[in-house]
Design a protein around this ligand. Sequence first.
Ligand SMILES: Cc1cc2nc3c(=O)[nH]c(=O)nc-3n(C[C@H](O)[C@H](O)[C@H](O)COP(=O)(O)OP(=O)(O)OC[C@H]3O[C@@H](n4cnc5c(N)ncnc54)[C@H](O)[C@@H]3O)c2cc1C
Length: 495
Amino acid sequence: MMTLLLLLLYFFASCFGDGLEGEQIPLKVNQDTVKGRIAIIGAGAGGSSAAYYLQKYTNHGFNITIYEKSNYIGGRATTVPIGGNSSYLVETGASIFVSANKILSKAVEDFNFETQAFREGAKKVSNADNRIGIWNGNSILVIFSDSIMDKMKLFLRYGLDIFRSLSLSKQFVQRFLDYYYNKLFPFESLNTAAYLSDFLNYTKITGRGLFTEKGISDLFSLEFIQSLTRVNYAQDLESIHAIGTLVCLAANNARQVKGGNWQIFRKFIESSKADLKLKETVKSIKRDNVWNKWQLEHVNSETGNTNIGLFDDIIIATPFDQANIEGDNINIPSVEYVHLHVTFFVSNSALNASFFGKDLQQPFPSTILTTPFNQSDENSSDFDIPIYSLSLIDYIEERRSYVYKIFSKEKLTDDFIREISGSRANISWVYRKEWYSYPKLHPTTNFTDFKVADGLWYLNGMETFISTMETSALAGANVAGLISLGRNTSDIILP
Ligand SMILES: Cc1cc2nc3c(=O)[nH]c(=O)nc-3n(C[C@H](O)[C@H](O)[C@H](O)COP(=O)(O)OP(=O)(O)OC[C@H]3O[C@@H](n4cnc5c(N)ncnc54)[C@H](O)[C@@H]3O)c2cc1C
């Protein structure tokens, strides 16, 4: 009798998902019970891509539920309206993708999104004003821009190291696409993929190590390349692994979706017809050995109601440490993430040059990258550099307003913002956001693989290799490919 009751209970649970507790649900025959039931935790790049590719490879062969604890799609890809005006949006997290990002580029094409170049709005200030300076906490070391004059100066300073480094990065991207999107896809193990592609030799050394080995000068690597690892990953060349460094050099044709990159992930979810449950935090997952399924407990952040669903597969699409999910014997190693402060402000004035050093040439750059390096001063790393970067990201002509974005390790005060803007500046808007933005990309030869247990998958091990929207989307597509094998109605391939 007990067994019969349990069977009935399971029948209802698997027909209607979250029906064990909560509201009454009318009885109906649900064709979806014949499909595999998959839960995805997280509606960011990884989770949404997993949903999209699961359905793409199997012609909607799965019944998918996505649990997202926040009230929006996109995770670390999200926008905020400048000064509350929804006509002016800025990315507070992931801002750019590049042409080599095949999954995102294909999505932009398929869903007809309009894109714009990164810092497109900043081009509205004059070329002379829209230059980039590298600052070491004491003085501006070098200034560059798109102008032929500045490019020539850059060449005179760094010589062929520029082209040799870019060529290394290009070779890396080609090899990455060749192995991870083609030869190995879908791959069971990040470790094996890194070994077969020979990338373990690059993840085990630092960026500094790689460029020294390749004969690139300290001047170029510690001054220029390091400013890129700091703006992209808030890490110095001595601590970031070589793959992370090469990614920073591959920013060719950087662009973003107008209105927000998160829209790609909304389209992924809509196309998958997944049941998206916003404001639902997953609290625990455990194996139900009676039914040979995964049991997922989730709580609604508004009502506090807790429900349980049973699934054939669960895909964890969020950094596990930060997700506060309980589970028996779930062995996902801890990974330290960068705690990043992002500060936006709108000012009616260009930057206060005197903050950045004495007797600086005018016009002063509007974007500042940083590096703890000074060729002629061994104590340069002692300078206090309060920011990783400061970028002019937009200029609103009607209001003559400069929109700046700063990445920093510590929270920046209003006084600091006034100091870098100058005493005459009028600061009309300040917005602060904290992120656990990306892992500390320390050299490693060990990655957390996708398969945690039978039917339990983890996407964010990918982030210790490369942390971008594209690579999270790749991890999602890859796990979708692995789950779909044998049930696929179309080839398991990538764009
Ligand atoms: C400031 C910043 C700048 C960046 N710049 C770039 C860039 O220019 N280009 C680029 O490609 N990448 C960039 N990145 C990195 C990029 O944002 C990430 O690599 C990528 O977006 C990660 O996607 P994801 O889906 O793996 O994780 P996330 O986007 O973090 O998504 C995980 C989701 O899971 C949800 N979640 C967590 N716990 C639970 C739970 N218990 N229950 C339910 N839901 C849960 C979260 O709310 C979140 O929505 C940047 C990141 C930051 C923060």
